[in-house]
Design a protein around this ligand. Structure first.
Ligand SMILES: [Zn+2]
Ligand SMILES: [Zn+2]
Length: 318
């Protein structure tokens, strides 16, 4: 488990990100501090006991001077950190199966292919439950959205089965149940889907006839074994972070198979777009906010005042 960076390094990273994409303005000044607790340490100096921020209970300070020093970075994320705590409580309260059953029952009421979470989940949900359900379904629904936007480029296969390769697949993709992936078949009547998850960290073992699992790096050479896909998608695959992507992207560019990628942040999506353009990939969908991003934010493990959402930005290429 990565640990928090030292405070000056956290600030340096936040400065860098703020230069790439200005953080949302803080709308309020976080509330005061709780009573000192010996279980807490100050984010700025590491002193203990420290006093938790009453706004979020997600950070602590030795006292008001260090709370004030960190205000620039903490104020914009304090409300979101509170929501993350609420989401974790919601996930702890319900089993994944319960949440999924509720989700699918709800989804069945929606007509056609939804254009955003409101269409698919309906409006009558508690905010935390709505965020948790969006987090469970962000991958299949992002895929449905891509298929709608790329309908000219991913025609209905003559075999009747649309083959999708999910690259850089990891546990988060494996955790999506086949029933959720197969929601695609309800959204696109008359079409069948074959999903293959491919990623170096995946444990072997198919999830059912419609969702296969192939451990390993994605290479075009795999098509000989798996068949040529109709669409390739990589969820938050971090093209800028992992050099091993380069050959995969070279393989895909110009292959005739469209590929979609998602990113946690706008600046990341813009950087990935530069890399892809530089190797000659042609944009089918330029990077844009994804209406099926998870509504539940995820906190950075190394920077206390940093968070991101799965699949926040989406682009597609060929
Ligand atoms: Zn301190
Ligand atoms: Zn706070």
């Amino acid at each position: 488990m990565p640990r928090l960076l030292d405070y000056p390094s956290q600030c340096a990273e936040l400065e860098k990100m703020a230069r790439l994409e200005s953080p949302p303005p803080a709308t309020f000044e976080p509330a005061s501090l709780a009573a000192p607790s010996s279980a807490a340490t100050c984010l700025v100096c590491g002193a203990s006991p420290a006093r938790a921020c009453l706004g979020c209970d997600g950070v602590a300070y030795c006292g008001d001077p260090h709370r004030r020093l960190d205000l620039r970075w903490h104020a914009p994320v304090c409300p979101e950190l509170r929501r993350i705590a609420d989401d974790l409580a919601c996930f702890a309260e319900h089993s994944r199966e319960q949440l999924e059953a509720g989700l699918l029952a709800r989804a069945r009421r929606s007509a056609a292919v939804p254009t955003g979470w409101d269409d698919w989940l309906g409006p009558d949900l508690s905010p935390a439950l709505r965020r948790c359900l969006s987090d469970l379904a962000t991958r299949p629904l992002t895929l449905a959205h891509v298929l709608t936007l790329l309908s000219e480029h991913v025609p209905k296969a003559t075999s009747g089965t649309t083959a999708v390769h999910v690259i850089a697949a990891a546990q988060r993709e494996r955790d999506v149940s086949p029933a959720l992936w197969l929601e695609l078949e309800r959204l696109f009547p008359g079409r069948r889907f074959a999903i293959t998850l491919i990623g170096p960290e995946l444990a072997a073992g198919d999830l059912g006839p419609a969702v296969r699992v192939v451990p390993g790096l994605y290479r075009r050479a795999l098509w000989a074994e798996l068949g040529r896909p109709d669409l390739v998608i990589g969820y938050d695959c971090g093209l800028l972070l992992y050099p091993s992507w380069k050959s995969t992207m070279h393989d895909l560019r110009g292959s005739g198979v469209p590929f979609a990628i998602t990113s946690y942040r706008g600046w990341e999506a813009a950087g990935e777009a530069r890399v892809l353009r530089a190797i000659g990939a042609v944009p089918l969908l330029p990077p844009a906010p994804n209406p099926f991003a998870s509504l539940s934010a995820r906190r950075s493990t190394t920077i206390a005042n940093d968070l991101a959402r799965d699949n926040a930005f989406l682009s597609a290429w060929r």
